[in-house]
Design a protein around this ligand. Structure first.
Ligand code: FAD
Length: 386
C-alpha cells in the first residue's frame, strides 16, 4: 500500500487532484481537510447566481458526504489546520495531532480588504470567495425582502462579475474603485471604457477614479463617503479588492514562500520533500495564476507524478473569460509590459493585440462581439508556462 496522502483544501484544486488520482486508478488512502463546508461546487458560478436567482444549495454539485463517498476519501469539514510540523510529519488541528504521509497544500487565496471593516457595519459588509460567503451574502440580500442597494468596492474581475450579475438580478448597484476604467489589469483603456459604458447602459452607477474614504454602519444600512466628498447609502457592501495566496501555514512550517504564493517547481514540489502545492495558493515556477485552467493542469500533472509518472505541469495560452454579459470580455494578459497595444473595432466590439518590440503577439483582449476571435488569437499567443 502506498503512503497515505493528506490534502489541505477542498476547492477545485484539492478535490480536482483527488478526482484525478482516482481516475488514474490510485487506491492510496486520501484524507481531505477543509476549513469550510467541503461541498463540491464550481467557484466561477458564484458570480452568476444572482441573475438566475439561484439559492446557494443549487450551486452545490455534490455535498461533502457525497464527495467523500465518490472519492473513497476521508473528508474532514469545518476543520482548520493551525500548523504543519515537517520534522515529525504532523498537522496541528487545535489540540489534535494528525500524522501525514505525503502532504498537498491546496489552501487557495483569501480576500484582501484594504481597510478594517468597522464594527458598526455588523453583517452588512461582505467578501464572497467561497460558497459559505455566498450563503451569507445571499441570506442578507434575501432578508431585505426587496431589491437591494449594493455598493461594490473594486473594479477587477470579481467586482465586475458581481456588479453585472447583481444588476441583472434586479438589484441597484454602485461600483467604486480608484481606477479610471474597470478591469484595468486585463484590459487596455479603450476596452475598459467600453465595458464601463455597457455597465452604465444597464444601470450600474459607476464611481470610478475615486477612493472610498469612509465606511460606516447606519440605521439598517451602510454610509459611504468617497474622496471627492460624494456620499451614498447602501444596504450591503461587497468588497472585491483582490485576493492574496494563503501562505502563512507554509511559511511557519519553513517552506519557501513569497507574496506570490507557496513556491513549487513544475512538478508542484515545494522546498520540503513530500509536500506539494497547487491552485490559487501556489506559485509554480515563478507564476501564480489564480484561474481554473492552470489548477486543472496542475491537478492532472501532480496526479501523474504521485502515481509514479513524474510529470511537469504546462499551462497553455489560456484566455480568461470574464462573465459580464452586458459586454462579454476575453483576455489573455501579456506577462511582460507590451511595446504597444494595437486596438481595432467600433463601439463595444473591440480587439486589442499586445505586441513586443518584434511585433510578436504576446497577449490580447477582446470585448463585445470580438470575443469570437478568442481561439484564433490564442493560437498566435505564447503559452504561459511551458
Ligand atoms: P479555494 O477554492 O480557495 O480553496 C481553498 C481551500 O482551502 C478551501 O477548502 C479552504 O477551506 C481550505 N483551507 C484554507 N486554509 C485552510 C486551513 N488552514 N485549514 C484547512 N483548510 C484550509 N477562474 C476562472 O478560470 N474562470 C472564471 O470564470 C472564474 N470566476 C471566478 C469568480 C469568482 C467570484 C471567484 C472568487 C473566482 C473565480 N475564478 C475563476 C478563480 C477560480 O475560481 C479559482 O482560481 C479557484 O476556484 C481556486 O481554487 P483553489 O482550490 O485553489 O482554492
Amino acid at each position: 500500500m502506498s503512503v497515505p496522502l493528506t490534502v489541505l483544501g477542498t476547492g477545485m484544486a484539492g478535490l480536482g487532484l483527488a478526482r484525478q488520482l482516482r481516475a488514474r486508478g490510485s487506491e492510496r488512502p486520501i484524507t481531505l481537510i477543509t476549513a469550510d463546508s467541503g461541498d463540491d461546487y464550481s467557484k466561477p458560478l458564484l458570480s452568476t447566481g444572482f441573475a438566475k436567482k439561484m439559492p446557494p444549495q443549487r450551486l452545490v454539485s455534490r455535498d461533502a458526504l457525497q464527495a467523500a463517498d465518490e472519492l473513497q476519501a476521508v473528508l474532514r469539514t469545518h476543520t482548520r489546520v493551525d500548523a504543519i510540523d515537517t520534522q515529525v510529519g504532523q498537522l496541528a488541528l487545535g489540540s489534535e495531532r494528525l500524522v501525514y504521509g505525503e502532504l498537498v497544500l491546496a489552501t487557495g487565496a483569501a480576500p484582501r480588504p484594504p481597510f478594517d471593516i468597522p464594527e458598526s457595519l455588523g453583517g452588512r459588509a461582505f467578501t464572497i470567495n467561497d460558497l459559505d460567503d455566498y450563503r451569507a451574502f445571499h441570506a442578507a440580500l434575501m432578508t431585505l425582502g426587496r431589491p437591494g442597494r449594493v455598493a461594490i468596492v473594486g473594479a477587477g474581475l470579481v467586482g465586475c462579475e458581481y456588479a453585472n450579475d447583481l444588476r441583472a438580478g434586479g438589484h441597484e448597484v454602485v461600483m467604486i474603485a480608484p481606477e479610471s476604467t474597470p478591469l484595468m489589469r486585463l484590459l487596455p483603456e479603450p476596452l475598459g471604457r467600453a465595458l464601463g459604458e455597457a455597465f452604465m447602459d444597464i444601470g450600474i452607477d459607476m464611481k470610478l477614479g475615486r477612493v472610498l474614504e469612509e465606511l460606516q454602519g447606519e440605521k439598517a444600512g451602510a454610509a459611504l463617503t468617497l474622496d471627492d466628498g460624494y456620499s451614498l447609502e447602501a444596504d450591503l457592501v461587497l468588497i472585491a479588492t483582490g485576493l492574496v495566496p494563503r501562505i502563512e501555514l507554509a511559511r511557519q512550517a519553513g517552506l519557501e514562500v513569497s507574496a506570490e504564493g507557496i513556491h513549487t517547481d513544475r512538478y508542484l514540489r515545494t522546498s520540503v520533500p513530500g509536500i506539494y502545492a497547487l491552485g490559487d495558493g501556489a506559485c509554480v515556477a515563478g507564476l501564480n495564476a489564480m484561474y481554473v485552467q492552470p489548477l486543472q493542469a496542475s491537478a492532472k500533472a501532480l496526479a501523474a507524478t504521485l502515481t509514479g509518472t513524474p510529470t511537469p505541469v504546462s499551462y497553455g495560452a489560456w484566455p480568461i473569460l470574464v462573465k459580464t454579459p452586458a459586454c462579454p470580455v476575453v483576455a489573455l494578459p501579456p506577462r511582460q509590459a507590451p511595446a504597444r497595444w494595437r486596438v481595432e473595432g467600433e463601439g463595444a466590439d473591440l480587439t486589442a493585440i499586445a505586441e513586443d518590440e518584434e511585433e510578436n503577439v504576446i497577449g490580447f483582449a477582446l470585448t463585445g462581439r470580438c470575443v469570437r476571435r478568442k481561439v484564433e488569437l490564442a493560437r498566435a499567443a505564447p503559452a504561459l508556462l511551458v
